[in-house]
Design a binder for this molecule. Structure first.
Ligand code: HEM
Length: 154
């Protein structure tokens, strides 16, 4: 398996982990494997369909969902080895800082991850790409939590 990825914003290409194969001659990226930009646009569309009807997440998002949809799609494109459109349009991702204005709780993050995982699975990507995307969601969604609800009581 490729080198470990520990940073949610630095493209794996720069963490020496974008390759899906251990074979140094095979430099296929997730971006290529899913079929490029259109696939991420479609993935984010499907994710947002779920956000739109989620009673916890929807209030966090602005009325007009279109700009955010585009930014998230371009972020994934860049992260997974495609063109750096996100950086050109938005600068450094600074993901935690960009999420600071929103109350991201454990419950909200769980819903976010659930919807994103469902959208990923619905795309029927090649299994290596699906695995990489699901792994990313599981690994990094919790790092966006910035609001701590009361701990559960026994
Ligand atoms: C690994 C997990 C996550 C990633 C990679 C991610 C990524 C992003 C990106 C790239 C943006 C657009 C930033 C920009 O304006 O340039 C964004 C916006 C946003 N995210 Fe996340 N996010 C994650 C988790 C979450 C979670 C858990 C929540 C809430 C529970 C959340 C709520 C939002 C909201 C409300 C916006 C603003 C959308 C808008 O301005 O239209 N995100 N996120």
């Amino acid at each position: 398996m490729a080198a470990d990825v520990t940073d949610p914003e630095t493209p794996p290409t720069e963490q020496d982990a974008a390759r899906l194969s251990d074979d140094p001659a095979d430099s296929t990226t997730v971006y290529e494997l899913v079929g490029g930009t259109d696939a991420f646009v479609e993935l984010v569309d499907r994710f947002y369909d779920a956000v739109e009807t989620d009673e916890v997440l929807r209030p966090l998002y602005p009325e007009d969902l279109e700009p955010g949809k585009h930014h998230l799609a371009m972020f994934f494109v860049q992260y997974w080895g495609g063109p750096r459109v996100y950086e050109a349009e938005r600068g450094h991702p600074m993901l935690r800082r960009r999420h600071a204005p929103f109350e991201v709780t454990h419950g909200g993050a769980l819903r976010w991850a659930h919807h994103m995982a469902a959208a990923i699975r619905s795309m029927a990507f090649a299994s290596a790409a699906e695995f990489a995307l699901l792994d990313y969601v599981a690994r990094f969604t919790p790092s966006m939590i910035n609001t701590f609800d009361d701990p559960p009581t026994l």
